[in-house]
Design a protein around this ligand. Structure first.
Ligand code: CMC
Length: 366
């Protein structure tokens, strides 16, 4: 029997996270995401890497390492400014992470990668905008520092908390395509940089991490349309995927989408994008349940990610890179877990090609 796309196949044990797709629950290291998302980025990252909440001393240690890890090696900074301007930011990031090195998996390197990726994104953005990358401000926490480096000014408390909540909610999600990619590479006993590079390449696709910018295009199209419901109906009838809807695991509401929506409603409820998002969500869910009955299609985390990024003045090209900066925490936790209990990933495929016979004829059967 073939499990196309490995749907429903359990291929490893994990202690990192648990997803209940039927109940809409997400758990990191035993703690419900609603509890984890009230903490800081640093606390949540520590929990994923070490399996426990940090005490005050451990938290200070992690903050220090993250601050130190922000230093961008000279050759990587030059690379970020030499890749063609038309190269998309995810491809740039994939190349730059690969150029960082090829060290064995370790928590130290996981922390450094998590710390440096936001600086890479900010460095490339500054170069593309013909502006200067601000000097790092050491005492700032991870999310605040990321926003400061991106925009060159201190974020508001609302913006800081919005990014921090988004990053915590998206830092880990079980055996998703990019975490699986990272684990496959790690399972060959390759290095941590190769495993993260594989994950970034996987993250880039629109069916995975590339969705939020496509959500923005969908929302813009809906805003311009004279008949939004008809537009959505036509898309579904044409067989198009509505970006930001549906999930391989959640067959009910995605708890991350619900949490992001709650943040947005409390902080940007009057925002035009937020109002538009609410209208498009309602219309899409109604139309999907009518035209795709029984498929249980609801908003996924990417749908409200678009509105949250907009509320921080981020343009669409930053969406997937910011998702990457969050998810790198989960990838590295998976790489370390894979290394600790390794078995090479090597599934089979059923051959359905021709069987060539010596007289030149071919037969479909063997
Ligand atoms: N819009 C319209 N129809 C959909 C959608 C959608 N977004 N998602 C699934 N369907 C339909 C699909 O056409 C199929 O219908 P039918 O049975 O008539 O052929 C049915 O639902 C099942 O689709 P599937 O492809 O077998 O479902 P899947 O579980 O493999 O797909 C998915 C999961 C995320 C690839 C898909 O829902 C999708 O393409 N969504 C849009 C892209 C998106 O928002 N991606 C971000 C995912 S969340 C980020 C993450 O956690 O990685």
């Amino acid at each position: 029997m073939i499990h196309y796309g490995l749907k429903g196949v359990t291929a490893a044990e994990t202690r990192i996270s648990f997803i209940d797709g039927a109940e809409g629950k997400l758990i990191y290291r035993g703690y419900d995401i609603s509890e984890v998302s009230k903490r800081t980025f640093e606390e949540a990252a520590y929990l994923l890497w070490y399996g426990e909440w940090p005490d005050a001393e451990q938290l200070l240690m992690l903050k220090g390492k993250l601050q130190k890890g922000r230093e961008l090696p000279g050759h990587v900074a030059s690379l970020l400014k030499s890749l063609p301007r038309e190269m998309d930011l995810m491809s740039v990031l994939r190349t730059a992470v690969s150029a960082l090195g090829s060290g064995p998996p370790s928590i130290e390197e996981a922390i450094r990668l998590t710390a440096v990726v936001p600086v890479m994104i900010a460095c490339r953005k500054a170069w593309m905008d013909n502006s200067v990358l601000p000097d790092s401000v050491n005492h700032l926490d991870h999310a605040e520092h990321f926003l400061y480096m991106l925009f060159g000014s201190m974020p508001t408390e609302t913006q800081r908390r919005a990014l921090e909540t988004y990053m915590i909610l998206t830092m880990e999600h079980g055996m998703n395509a990019s975490a699986f990619s990272a684990r496959v590479t790690a399972s060959t006993l390759s290095d941590i940089h190769s495993a993260v590079t594989s994950a970034i390449g996987t993250m880039k696709g629109p069916l995975h991490g590339g969705a939020p910018s496509e959500v923005l295009s969908f929302l813009a199209e809906a805003a311009e349309s004279s008949d939004m419901e008809e537009l959505i109906r036509q898309k579904v009838c044409r067989g198009e995927r509505l970006m930001g809807f549906g999930h391989r695991v959640y067959k009910t509401r995605d708890p991350r989408a619900e949490a992001l929506k709650a943040v947005l409603l409390s902080e940007a409820g009057d925002d035009d994008w937020m109002k538009l998002s609410l209208k498009v969500e309602e219309a899409s869910i109604n139309i999907l349940s009518e035209l795709k009955p029984g498929r249980a299609l609801y908003t996924n985390v990417e749908f409200y990610a678009a509105a949250i990024m907009k509320s921080m003045n981020m343009k669409a090209d930053l969406f997937t890179p910011v998702f990457t900066a969050a998810r790198i925490t989960g990838w590295t936790a998976h790489i370390l877990e894979q290394e600790g209990n390794n078995i090479l990933f090597r599934p089979d495929a059923q051959y359905v090609g021709p069987w060539r016979v010596p007289n030149g004829h071919s037969s479909q059967q063997k």
